[in-house]
Design a protein around this ligand. Structure first.
Ligand SMILES: Nc1ncnc2c1ncn2[C@@H]1O[C@H](COP(=O)(O)OP(=O)(O)OP(=O)(O)O)[C@@H](O)[C@H]1O
Ligand SMILES: [Mg+2]
Length: 375
């Protein structure tokens, strides 16, 4: 188990992590997610012992390690740029840490072979110089080099970001399988929300050195705690004032919804937008609000198409939705379409300005104002 307690990291006068608090459980695949410069690497490097925090404490398994040298923390780390030794072979790279700690030649040989097999590097590749390998193979060497020392904790800082999309997807799956097989507590840094959603046990979404939300992938996606998280994760529509007003009117007194605030910033995930032909709409719609519109554009993605729709009502704006490419013939630009929205799917947040004014008067409530039906 890892805890950060009131950690503060100051560079010159800049607080990169002002009062950082986090608890990571044993065996978790925990991801720090956020935009460039939000402090992900700083948080990871503080845990690794490469950064001495200005204030606060770091604990690993109940032991204070805040100022303990990196090599005494039983941590393995993999960097974005691999950081391999270019003049050594693959085998020498992977075995380096074992050699330094005085493990016998035979034992080193055995352990390198074992870990190489786990990350799918074969005997021929082990004999090559690291510069003769592809990016994906070099990344496997870097992962093997960290794992061979059997660390208690594995830290990965954007390890896949230098690879092409296909290889990134493949290694993502393999890395997750390795982590489960070894049961190793892993802290993973990425700015890629898709990577975070697919790999993690839990995610901390960071913004400007602060944690906005900690939760499972489902929690941060379906119940984004703040407007920032809602925008950063996934693809989302910010609903126009006219659409929110129509939804609030429709949801009034409806069963299963706690009502909607007509003036609050409101969002709807693109996959929650129903797209129907005018003919389909006559069948029962439940609590859904049906809004007529016209297709502005279609983007074909193979598995699905995404659409931009101009809603017809006053101030109702444009919404983006998607349809799977299975069976449904889809729509073309100019087609009439009816957009179905369930008020329970709408995510609402307090107005940022109202929040600031309120904060002066009373402690801020961090819970999202989500319509009851979506809980
Ligand atoms: N050694 C340093 N000296 C001064 N400022 C630093 C140092 N390291 C990081 N910073 C600053 O701290 C902030 C957080 O940096 P950090 O590298 O942790 O961000 P990050 O979330 O990892 O970003 P990226 O996704 O681009 O890697 C940035 O504003 C950065 O400029
Ligand atoms: Mg970084």
């Amino acid at each position: 188990m890892i805890t950060y307690e009131n950690i503060d990291v100051v560079f010159d006068e800049f607080h990169a992590l002002p009062d950082f608090n986090l608890r990571i459980e044993e065996g978790e695949f925990f991801t720090l997610l956020g935009p460039s410069g939000c402090g992900k690497s700083t948080a990871l490097r503080t845990l690794a012992g490469f950064i001495d925090p200005t204030a606060g404490e770091v604990h690993i398994d109940g032991k204070r390690v805040t100022h303990l040298p990196s090599q005494r923390r039983q941590i393995g780390m993999v960097f974005q740029n691999y950081a391999l030794f270019p003049t050594m072979t693959v085998r020498e790279n992977i075995g380096f840490g074992l050699k330094v700690s005085g493990v016998s030649k035979a034992e080193t040989m055995r352990r390198v072979d074992e870990i190489a097999a786990a990350v799918e590097l074969d005997g021929k590749q082990l004999g090559k110089g690291v510069t003769e390998l592809s990016g994906g193979q070099q990344q496997r060497v870097a992962i093997a080099r960290a794992l061979v020392l059997r660390p208690k904790i594995l830290l990965l800082d954007e390890p896949l970001s230098n690879l092409d999309a296909k290889l990134r997807h493949q290694l993502r799956g393999q890395l997750k399988e390795l982590q489960e097989q070894f049961g190793i507590t892993t802290v993973y840094v990425t700015h890629d929300q898709d990577e975070a959603l697919t790999m993690s046990t839990r995610i901390a979404v960071m913004n400007k050195g602060r944690i906005e939300q900690v939760g499972t992938p489902q929690e941060v996606y379906m119940r984004s705690a703040t407007e920032f998280v809602c925008n950063f994760i996934g693809d989302v529509n910010r609903l126009a004032a006219g659409t929110v007003a129509a939804l609030a009117e429709n949801a009034r007194g409806a069963r299963g919804t706690g009502g909607l605030d007509a003036r609050a910033p409101s969002y709807l995930r693109v996959e929650k937008v129903g797209l129907h032909t005018p003919d389909e709409v006559s069948r029962g719609n439940g609590a859904r609000l049906m809004l007529p519109g016209t297709v502005l554009s279609r983007q074909y993605h193979g598995v699905y198409s995404s659409y931009r729709v101009q809603l017809a009502g006053r101030d109702q704006g444009v919404v983006k939705g998607m349809l799977q490419e299975t069976g449904h013939p889809g729509f073309a630009a100019g087609d009439p379409v009816v957009v179905g929205i369930d008020p329970a799917d709408v995510l609402q947040y307090e107005d940022a300005r109202a929040e600031t004014e309120q904060a002066v008067a009373e402690p801020a409530e961090s819970a999202p104002m989500v319509a009851e039906g979506s809980r």
